[in-house]
Write a protein that binds this ligand. Structure first.
Ligand SMILES: Cc1cc2nc3c(=O)[nH]c(=O)nc-3n(C[C@H](O)[C@H](O)[C@H](O)COP(=O)(O)OP(=O)(O)OC[C@H]3O[C@@H](n4cnc5c(N)ncnc54)[C@H](O)[C@@H]3O)c2cc1C
Length: 393
Protein backbone atom coordinates (compact mmCIF):
# COMPACT_ATOMS: atom_id res chain seq x y z
CA UNK A 1 0.00 0.00 0.00
CA UNK A 2 1.32 3.47 -0.82
CA UNK A 3 0.34 6.73 0.91
CA UNK A 4 1.61 10.23 0.46
CA UNK A 5 1.93 10.76 4.21
CA UNK A 6 2.22 8.40 7.17
CA UNK A 7 1.68 10.05 10.54
CA UNK A 8 2.80 8.17 13.66
CA UNK A 9 0.59 9.15 16.62
CA UNK A 10 -3.07 10.22 16.64
CA UNK A 11 -2.73 12.68 19.50
CA UNK A 12 -3.29 16.42 19.37
CA UNK A 13 -0.49 17.20 16.90
CA UNK A 14 -0.90 14.10 14.71
CA UNK A 15 -4.65 14.57 14.19
CA UNK A 16 -4.24 18.28 13.50
CA UNK A 17 -1.54 17.51 10.96
CA UNK A 18 -3.73 14.82 9.33
CA UNK A 19 -6.49 17.41 8.94
CA UNK A 20 -4.12 19.62 6.91
CA UNK A 21 -1.81 17.20 5.09
CA UNK A 22 -4.14 16.56 2.15
CA UNK A 23 -5.51 13.27 0.83
CA UNK A 24 -3.58 10.01 0.90
CA UNK A 25 -2.71 10.46 4.57
CA UNK A 26 -2.69 7.57 7.03
CA UNK A 27 -2.43 8.29 10.74
CA UNK A 28 -1.74 5.35 13.04
CA UNK A 29 -1.79 4.95 16.81
CA UNK A 30 -1.20 1.96 19.05
CA UNK A 31 -3.96 3.09 21.43
CA UNK A 32 -7.61 2.00 21.27
CA UNK A 33 -8.77 5.61 20.93
CA UNK A 34 -7.19 8.76 19.48
CA UNK A 35 -6.32 11.82 21.57
CA UNK A 36 -6.36 10.16 24.97
CA UNK A 37 -4.48 13.06 26.56
CA UNK A 38 -7.00 15.50 25.14
CA UNK A 39 -9.75 13.43 26.78
CA UNK A 40 -8.24 13.66 30.28
CA UNK A 41 -6.89 17.20 29.93
CA UNK A 42 -8.15 20.17 31.87
CA UNK A 43 -10.05 17.95 34.30
CA UNK A 44 -12.04 16.49 31.37
CA UNK A 45 -12.79 19.91 29.83
CA UNK A 46 -9.56 20.41 27.85
CA UNK A 47 -7.78 23.71 28.25
CA UNK A 48 -7.37 23.82 24.48
CA UNK A 49 -5.52 27.11 24.06
CA UNK A 50 -4.58 30.34 25.78
CA UNK A 51 -5.61 33.82 24.65
CA UNK A 52 -2.21 35.15 25.75
CA UNK A 53 -0.18 32.70 23.67
CA UNK A 54 3.20 34.29 23.15
CA UNK A 55 6.56 32.74 22.20
CA UNK A 56 7.99 33.88 25.55
CA UNK A 57 5.72 31.36 27.27
CA UNK A 58 7.55 28.38 25.78
CA UNK A 59 10.82 26.75 26.78
CA UNK A 60 13.36 25.13 24.47
CA UNK A 61 17.05 25.43 23.64
CA UNK A 62 16.23 27.72 20.72
CA UNK A 63 13.86 30.40 22.06
CA UNK A 64 13.02 31.52 18.49
CA UNK A 65 12.23 28.18 16.89
CA UNK A 66 8.50 28.02 17.76
CA UNK A 67 7.75 31.64 16.72
CA UNK A 68 7.03 30.89 13.09
CA UNK A 69 4.48 28.09 13.56
CA UNK A 70 2.75 29.88 16.46
CA UNK A 71 2.38 33.05 14.41
CA UNK A 72 0.98 31.28 11.35
CA UNK A 73 -1.64 29.19 13.17
CA UNK A 74 -2.65 31.15 16.24
CA UNK A 75 -4.93 30.68 19.24
CA UNK A 76 -7.55 32.69 17.29
CA UNK A 77 -7.37 30.25 14.37
CA UNK A 78 -8.00 27.35 16.70
CA UNK A 79 -10.83 29.24 18.38
CA UNK A 80 -12.41 29.80 14.95
CA UNK A 81 -12.31 26.06 14.37
CA UNK A 82 -13.90 25.40 17.77
CA UNK A 83 -16.62 27.95 16.98
CA UNK A 84 -17.26 26.43 13.55
CA UNK A 85 -17.89 23.12 15.29
CA UNK A 86 -20.24 24.91 17.71
CA UNK A 87 -18.29 23.79 20.76
CA UNK A 88 -19.19 26.04 23.69
CA UNK A 89 -16.20 27.36 25.63
CA UNK A 90 -15.28 29.76 28.41
CA UNK A 91 -12.24 31.53 29.76
CA UNK A 92 -11.41 30.22 33.20
CA UNK A 93 -8.52 32.37 34.31
CA UNK A 94 -5.33 33.90 32.88
CA UNK A 95 -6.58 33.52 29.30
CA UNK A 96 -7.11 29.74 29.63
CA UNK A 97 -9.91 28.54 27.34
CA UNK A 98 -11.86 25.39 28.25
CA UNK A 99 -14.79 23.50 26.75
CA UNK A 100 -18.02 24.18 28.65
CA UNK A 101 -18.94 20.56 28.24
CA UNK A 102 -16.46 17.76 27.48
CA UNK A 103 -12.91 17.44 26.16
CA UNK A 104 -14.14 14.63 23.90
CA UNK A 105 -15.78 17.34 21.75
CA UNK A 106 -12.30 18.46 20.71
CA UNK A 107 -11.38 14.87 19.78
CA UNK A 108 -14.60 14.50 17.75
CA UNK A 109 -13.86 17.80 16.04
CA UNK A 110 -10.36 16.68 15.04
CA UNK A 111 -11.65 13.30 13.85
CA UNK A 112 -14.26 15.04 11.73
CA UNK A 113 -11.65 17.40 10.28
CA UNK A 114 -9.22 14.65 9.38
CA UNK A 115 -11.97 12.55 7.80
CA UNK A 116 -13.14 15.60 5.82
CA UNK A 117 -9.57 16.08 4.58
CA UNK A 118 -9.54 12.47 3.31
CA UNK A 119 -7.14 11.08 5.91
CA UNK A 120 -7.52 7.58 7.32
CA UNK A 121 -7.07 6.66 10.99
CA UNK A 122 -5.84 3.23 12.06
CA UNK A 123 -6.03 2.53 15.78
CA UNK A 124 -4.51 -0.40 17.69
CA UNK A 125 -1.75 -0.34 15.09
CA UNK A 126 1.91 -0.84 15.95
CA UNK A 127 4.95 0.06 13.94
CA UNK A 128 6.94 -3.17 13.54
CA UNK A 129 9.66 -1.89 11.24
CA UNK A 130 10.74 1.29 9.49
CA UNK A 131 13.35 2.11 6.87
CA UNK A 132 14.13 4.83 4.34
CA UNK A 133 15.31 3.72 0.93
CA UNK A 134 16.60 7.10 -0.18
CA UNK A 135 13.25 8.15 -1.64
CA UNK A 136 10.46 6.58 0.38
CA UNK A 137 9.73 5.58 3.95
CA UNK A 138 8.90 1.89 4.24
CA UNK A 139 6.89 0.92 7.27
CA UNK A 140 5.68 -2.46 8.45
CA UNK A 141 2.52 -2.12 10.52
CA UNK A 142 0.73 -4.66 12.72
CA UNK A 143 -3.01 -4.16 12.83
CA UNK A 144 -5.54 -6.69 14.15
CA UNK A 145 -3.11 -9.55 13.64
CA UNK A 146 -2.38 -8.55 10.03
CA UNK A 147 0.91 -7.17 8.72
CA UNK A 148 0.85 -4.28 6.27
CA UNK A 149 3.73 -2.94 4.23
CA UNK A 150 3.33 0.76 3.60
CA UNK A 151 5.45 3.09 1.54
CA UNK A 152 5.13 6.81 2.13
CA UNK A 153 6.67 9.95 0.66
CA UNK A 154 6.41 11.74 4.00
CA UNK A 155 6.73 10.50 7.56
CA UNK A 156 5.47 12.62 10.47
CA UNK A 157 6.67 11.84 14.00
CA UNK A 158 3.84 12.83 16.35
CA UNK A 159 4.03 10.29 19.16
CA UNK A 160 4.53 12.90 21.89
CA UNK A 161 6.83 12.77 24.90
CA UNK A 162 7.36 10.40 27.80
CA UNK A 163 4.79 11.70 30.24
CA UNK A 164 2.16 9.30 31.56
CA UNK A 165 3.46 5.98 30.20
CA UNK A 166 0.29 4.33 31.54
CA UNK A 167 -1.58 6.21 28.81
CA UNK A 168 0.63 4.85 26.06
CA UNK A 169 3.49 7.38 26.00
CA UNK A 170 6.63 5.88 24.44
CA UNK A 171 9.90 7.26 23.20
CA UNK A 172 9.15 6.19 19.61
CA UNK A 173 9.54 9.64 18.02
CA UNK A 174 12.86 10.12 19.82
CA UNK A 175 14.17 6.70 18.69
CA UNK A 176 13.23 7.27 15.04
CA UNK A 177 14.57 10.84 15.02
CA UNK A 178 17.88 9.62 16.47
CA UNK A 179 18.03 6.78 13.96
CA UNK A 180 17.64 9.34 11.15
CA UNK A 181 20.47 11.48 12.51
CA UNK A 182 18.62 13.99 14.71
CA UNK A 183 20.11 15.03 18.04
CA UNK A 184 18.15 15.02 21.29
CA UNK A 185 18.23 17.55 24.11
CA UNK A 186 18.05 16.27 27.69
CA UNK A 187 14.52 15.33 28.65
CA UNK A 188 12.87 15.54 32.05
CA UNK A 189 9.37 15.64 33.51
CA UNK A 190 7.81 19.13 33.63
CA UNK A 191 4.55 20.67 34.85
CA UNK A 192 4.94 18.16 37.65
CA UNK A 193 4.53 18.24 41.46
CA UNK A 194 7.77 18.52 43.45
CA UNK A 195 8.51 16.04 46.24
CA UNK A 196 10.41 15.89 49.55
CA UNK A 197 11.69 12.49 50.71
CA UNK A 198 10.91 13.33 54.36
CA UNK A 199 7.24 14.00 53.44
CA UNK A 200 7.43 17.04 55.73
CA UNK A 201 4.29 18.60 54.27
CA UNK A 202 2.08 15.59 54.84
CA UNK A 203 0.28 17.31 57.81
CA UNK A 204 -0.64 20.12 55.40
CA UNK A 205 -1.97 17.86 52.66
CA UNK A 206 -4.90 19.56 50.92
CA UNK A 207 -4.05 23.10 52.10
CA UNK A 208 -3.87 25.66 49.26
CA UNK A 209 -2.65 29.25 49.40
CA UNK A 210 -1.77 31.97 46.86
CA UNK A 211 1.98 32.41 46.43
CA UNK A 212 4.67 33.66 44.13
CA UNK A 213 6.96 30.70 43.48
CA UNK A 214 10.48 31.36 42.16
CA UNK A 215 13.00 28.97 40.57
CA UNK A 216 16.18 29.94 38.75
CA UNK A 217 15.07 33.52 38.10
CA UNK A 218 11.53 32.76 36.92
CA UNK A 219 8.46 33.39 39.05
CA UNK A 220 4.76 32.53 38.86
CA UNK A 221 2.00 34.01 40.96
CA UNK A 222 -0.69 31.36 41.39
CA UNK A 223 -1.93 28.87 43.98
CA UNK A 224 0.32 26.41 45.80
CA UNK A 225 -1.15 23.13 47.05
CA UNK A 226 0.47 21.01 49.76
CA UNK A 227 0.37 17.25 49.16
CA UNK A 228 1.43 14.21 51.19
CA UNK A 229 4.60 13.95 49.18
CA UNK A 230 5.38 17.63 48.62
CA UNK A 231 4.13 20.64 46.69
CA UNK A 232 1.75 20.99 43.78
CA UNK A 233 -0.78 23.54 42.47
CA UNK A 234 -0.34 25.71 39.38
CA UNK A 235 2.47 27.86 40.83
CA UNK A 236 4.60 24.79 41.56
CA UNK A 237 3.74 22.99 38.31
CA UNK A 238 4.84 26.11 36.43
CA UNK A 239 8.20 26.49 38.21
CA UNK A 240 8.88 22.75 37.92
CA UNK A 241 9.74 23.47 34.26
CA UNK A 242 12.50 25.83 35.41
CA UNK A 243 13.74 23.63 38.28
CA UNK A 244 16.31 20.83 38.18
CA UNK A 245 17.34 18.36 40.90
CA UNK A 246 19.41 20.05 43.59
CA UNK A 247 18.02 23.55 42.88
CA UNK A 248 16.34 25.65 45.53
CA UNK A 249 12.92 27.18 45.11
CA UNK A 250 11.77 30.29 46.95
CA UNK A 251 8.16 30.84 47.85
CA UNK A 252 6.62 34.18 48.74
CA UNK A 253 3.71 33.21 50.99
CA UNK A 254 2.49 36.81 51.20
CA UNK A 255 1.78 37.98 47.64
CA UNK A 256 -0.17 41.23 47.59
CA UNK A 257 -0.26 41.30 51.39
CA UNK A 258 1.17 44.00 53.61
CA UNK A 259 1.87 41.86 56.67
CA UNK A 260 3.92 44.53 58.52
CA UNK A 261 1.00 46.94 58.20
CA UNK A 262 -1.53 44.26 59.26
CA UNK A 263 0.51 43.29 62.33
CA UNK A 264 1.26 46.88 63.32
CA UNK A 265 -2.45 47.72 63.12
CA UNK A 266 -3.34 44.57 65.12
CA UNK A 267 -0.70 45.55 67.68
CA UNK A 268 -2.72 48.72 68.35
CA UNK A 269 -6.24 47.31 68.04
CA UNK A 270 -5.89 43.68 69.24
CA UNK A 271 -2.69 43.73 71.30
CA UNK A 272 -3.77 40.77 73.47
CA UNK A 273 -4.36 38.48 70.50
CA UNK A 274 -1.98 35.51 70.02
CA UNK A 275 0.49 36.06 67.20
CA UNK A 276 -0.61 32.73 65.66
CA UNK A 277 -4.27 33.79 65.74
CA UNK A 278 -3.39 37.10 64.08
CA UNK A 279 -1.44 35.24 61.41
CA UNK A 280 -4.48 33.14 60.48
CA UNK A 281 -5.98 36.34 59.03
CA UNK A 282 -3.29 36.11 56.39
CA UNK A 283 -2.41 32.42 56.00
CA UNK A 284 -4.37 29.15 56.32
CA UNK A 285 -4.60 28.01 59.95
CA UNK A 286 -2.86 24.67 59.37
CA UNK A 287 0.01 26.43 57.64
CA UNK A 288 0.41 28.87 60.54
CA UNK A 289 0.54 25.93 63.05
CA UNK A 290 3.06 24.17 60.81
CA UNK A 291 5.33 27.24 60.63
CA UNK A 292 4.86 28.34 64.25
CA UNK A 293 7.92 26.54 65.73
CA UNK A 294 10.27 27.39 62.92
CA UNK A 295 9.31 31.07 62.96
CA UNK A 296 8.97 31.19 66.77
CA UNK A 297 5.44 32.55 66.46
CA UNK A 298 4.47 32.94 70.12
CA UNK A 299 3.24 35.52 72.59
CA UNK A 300 0.85 38.40 71.94
CA UNK A 301 0.74 40.69 68.93
CA UNK A 302 1.13 43.67 71.30
CA UNK A 303 4.61 42.41 72.25
CA UNK A 304 5.93 42.22 68.70
CA UNK A 305 8.68 44.72 67.98
CA UNK A 306 9.03 46.29 64.52
CA UNK A 307 12.21 44.27 64.07
CA UNK A 308 10.41 40.98 64.86
CA UNK A 309 7.60 41.88 62.46
CA UNK A 310 10.14 42.52 59.72
CA UNK A 311 11.88 39.23 60.52
CA UNK A 312 8.65 37.22 60.29
CA UNK A 313 7.69 38.99 57.07
CA UNK A 314 11.05 38.38 55.50
CA UNK A 315 10.95 34.64 56.34
CA UNK A 316 7.45 34.31 54.87
CA UNK A 317 8.34 36.25 51.73
CA UNK A 318 11.51 34.23 51.14
CA UNK A 319 10.59 30.70 52.20
CA UNK A 320 13.43 28.70 50.67
CA UNK A 321 13.12 24.99 50.06
CA UNK A 322 15.10 22.31 48.24
CA UNK A 323 12.77 19.66 46.81
CA UNK A 324 14.36 16.24 46.59
CA UNK A 325 12.70 15.36 43.30
CA UNK A 326 9.49 15.37 41.32
CA UNK A 327 6.60 12.97 40.85
CA UNK A 328 8.25 12.08 37.52
CA UNK A 329 6.74 11.05 34.22
CA UNK A 330 4.01 9.14 36.09
CA UNK A 331 2.10 12.42 36.60
CA UNK A 332 4.01 15.06 34.60
CA UNK A 333 1.82 16.92 32.12
CA UNK A 334 4.66 17.27 29.67
CA UNK A 335 8.22 16.30 28.82
CA UNK A 336 10.72 19.13 28.81
CA UNK A 337 13.23 18.80 25.97
CA UNK A 338 13.04 16.28 23.14
CA UNK A 339 14.15 16.23 19.53
CA UNK A 340 16.59 19.10 19.10
CA UNK A 341 15.24 21.88 16.91
CA UNK A 342 18.71 22.48 15.42
CA UNK A 343 18.09 20.24 12.43
CA UNK A 344 14.38 21.06 11.95
CA UNK A 345 13.09 23.82 9.66
CA UNK A 346 10.93 26.05 11.86
CA UNK A 347 8.55 26.97 9.03
CA UNK A 348 7.77 23.45 7.84
CA UNK A 349 8.83 21.26 10.81
CA UNK A 350 10.75 19.17 8.26
CA UNK A 351 14.15 17.65 8.88
CA UNK A 352 16.91 19.79 7.38
CA UNK A 353 18.82 16.71 6.19
CA UNK A 354 16.17 14.10 5.42
CA UNK A 355 13.44 15.32 3.05
CA UNK A 356 9.94 14.18 3.93
CA UNK A 357 10.66 13.59 7.64
CA UNK A 358 8.57 15.88 9.88
CA UNK A 359 8.58 16.21 13.68
CA UNK A 360 5.76 17.91 15.55
CA UNK A 361 4.12 18.38 18.96
CA UNK A 362 5.56 17.46 22.31
CA UNK A 363 8.21 15.17 20.81
CA UNK A 364 10.11 18.29 19.75
CA UNK A 365 12.14 20.42 22.19
CA UNK A 366 9.37 23.03 22.66
CA UNK A 367 7.48 23.07 25.97
CA UNK A 368 4.73 25.48 26.93
CA UNK A 369 3.64 26.87 30.25
CA UNK A 370 0.66 25.40 32.01
CA UNK A 371 -2.59 26.85 30.67
CA UNK A 372 -3.35 25.62 27.14
CA UNK A 373 0.04 26.49 25.65
CA UNK A 374 1.08 22.90 24.99
CA UNK A 375 -2.03 22.14 22.96
CA UNK A 376 -1.53 25.37 21.03
CA UNK A 377 1.97 24.16 20.13
CA UNK A 378 0.51 20.80 19.04
CA UNK A 379 -2.07 22.58 16.80
CA UNK A 380 0.42 25.11 15.36
CA UNK A 381 3.22 22.64 14.65
CA UNK A 382 0.72 20.11 13.24
CA UNK A 383 -0.72 22.69 10.83
CA UNK A 384 2.78 23.89 9.83
CA UNK A 385 3.80 20.35 8.83
CA UNK A 386 0.45 19.58 7.16
CA UNK A 387 0.55 22.74 5.04
CA UNK A 388 4.17 22.16 4.08
CA UNK A 389 3.34 18.63 2.92
CA UNK A 390 0.50 19.94 0.73
CA UNK A 391 2.74 22.69 -0.66
CA UNK A 392 5.44 20.18 -1.59
CA UNK A 393 3.15 17.54 -3.07
C1 LIG B 1 -3.02 14.87 32.59
C2 LIG B 1 -2.66 15.85 31.52
C3 LIG B 1 -3.40 17.00 31.34
C4 LIG B 1 -3.02 17.93 30.36
N1 LIG B 1 -3.78 19.04 30.21
C5 LIG B 1 -3.45 19.95 29.27
C6 LIG B 1 -4.26 21.09 29.04
O1 LIG B 1 -5.36 21.22 29.62
N2 LIG B 1 -3.84 22.00 28.12
C7 LIG B 1 -2.67 21.83 27.42
O2 LIG B 1 -2.33 22.69 26.59
N3 LIG B 1 -1.91 20.74 27.57
C8 LIG B 1 -2.28 19.79 28.47
N4 LIG B 1 -1.52 18.67 28.61
C9 LIG B 1 -0.35 18.47 27.71
C10 LIG B 1 -0.86 17.97 26.35
O3 LIG B 1 -1.72 16.87 26.56
C11 LIG B 1 0.29 17.55 25.46
O4 LIG B 1 1.25 18.56 25.39
C12 LIG B 1 -0.22 17.23 24.05
O5 LIG B 1 -1.16 16.17 24.12
C13 LIG B 1 0.92 16.84 23.14
O6 LIG B 1 0.39 16.49 21.90
P1 LIG B 1 1.13 15.43 20.97
O7 LIG B 1 0.19 15.13 19.86
O8 LIG B 1 2.49 15.88 20.68
O9 LIG B 1 1.28 14.12 21.88
P2 LIG B 1 0.10 13.21 22.47
O10 LIG B 1 -1.15 13.97 22.58
O11 LIG B 1 0.69 12.59 23.69
O12 LIG B 1 -0.13 12.10 21.35
C14 LIG B 1 0.81 11.11 21.05
C15 LIG B 1 0.07 9.93 20.46
O13 LIG B 1 1.04 8.99 20.01
C16 LIG B 1 0.63 7.70 20.40
N5 LIG B 1 1.83 6.86 20.54
C17 LIG B 1 2.81 6.98 21.45
N6 LIG B 1 3.72 6.02 21.25
C18 LIG B 1 3.31 5.29 20.18
C19 LIG B 1 3.83 4.15 19.50
N7 LIG B 1 4.97 3.57 19.90
N8 LIG B 1 3.13 3.67 18.46
C20 LIG B 1 1.96 4.23 18.06
N9 LIG B 1 1.42 5.30 18.66
C21 LIG B 1 2.10 5.83 19.72
C22 LIG B 1 -0.11 7.88 21.71
O14 LIG B 1 -1.00 6.82 21.96
C23 LIG B 1 -0.81 9.22 21.47
O15 LIG B 1 -2.12 9.04 20.93
C24 LIG B 1 -1.88 17.70 29.55
C25 LIG B 1 -1.15 16.53 29.71
C26 LIG B 1 -1.54 15.61 30.67
C27 LIG B 1 -0.73 14.34 30.80
Amino acid sequence: MHVNTLILGAGAAGMMCAAHAGPSTLVIDHAKAPGEKIRISGGGRCNFTNMHTDPARFLGQNPHFHKSALSRYTQWDFLDLVDRHKIAWHEKTLGQLFCDDKATQIIEMLRAELTKAGAELWLKTALADLAHDGTHYKATLDRDGTRYSITACNLVLATGGKSIPKMGATGLAYDIAKRFGHAMTDTRPALVPLTFTDQRFSPLSGVATPVVAHANGTAFEEALLFTHRGLSGPAVLQISSYWAEGDEITVDLLPNRDLPNDLKTARKTHGKRNVTTAMTEVLPERLVSFLADDLALKGNVGDLSDKRIDEITSRLKHWTLTPSGSEGYRTAEVTLGGISTDQIDSKTMMSRHLPGLYMIGEAVDVTGWLGGYNFQWAWSSGVAAGQAIVAQT
